[in-house]
Design a protein around this ligand. Structure first.
Ligand code: 4NP
Length: 164
């Protein structure tokens, strides 16, 4: 007998501070999951490799740029990646290669296959979501543009895998 098909998946978005890129990824992906009526099948969360902003809401510039596209990030609070995350989440997606290296160093061998770059999804022509923290407004818009494309593709692939 075949094992029962997996009915749910969990996705963890990871950046450095968990106040700009990964909260945006969480908000954009969650909106897509909700619009598809799949909230009971797909769990989404985000975390940072650093503990610099733990407990803080996303950067005001991220909240405002996202709100203009109708994503609400305001209730999120930053947290740091934990060892348990490697067990719990099915997809652990880094915003840039430095985030990915950090995850690879902390992740148990048996869970390494869960790690990847967020922009391995979508057709953006880029491999990394650039850190907008020290730049201007355009950087926050670019983060949204890249993540909308990646999140669309990620959702499509998960739906295909789960036959949803
Ligand atoms: P994030 O951006 O990794 O997209 O949340 C950053 C936020 C804060 C800092 C760096 C990056 N920081 O240096 O405090």
């Amino acid at each position: 007998m075949n094992p029962p098909a997996k009915e749910s998946v969990s996705v963890l978005m990871v950046c450095l501070g968990n106040i700009c890129r990964s909260p945006t990824a969480e908000g954009v992906f969650r909106a897509g999951v909700q619009a598809a009526g799949l909230s009971s099948h797909i769990r989404v969360d985000s975390a940072g490799t650093s503990n610099w902003h733990v407990g803080e809401p996303p950067d005001g510039r991220s909240i405002r740029a996202a709100a203009q596209r109708r994503y609400d990030l305001s209730r999120q609070r930053a947290r740091q990646v934990t060892t348990r995350d490697f067990e719990e989440f099915d997809y652990i997606l880094a915003m840039d290669s430095m985030n990915l290296r950090e995850l690879q160093m902390r992740c148990p061998e048996a869970m390494q296959h869960k790690l990847g770059l967020m922009l391995s999804y979508g057709d953006t022509g880029k491999s990394e979501v650039p850190d907008p923290y020290d730049g201007g407004h355009d950087g926050f818009e670019l983060v949204l543009d890249l993540l909308e494309s990646a999140c669309d593709d990620l959702l499509m692939r998960i739906r295909k895998d789960l036959a949803l």
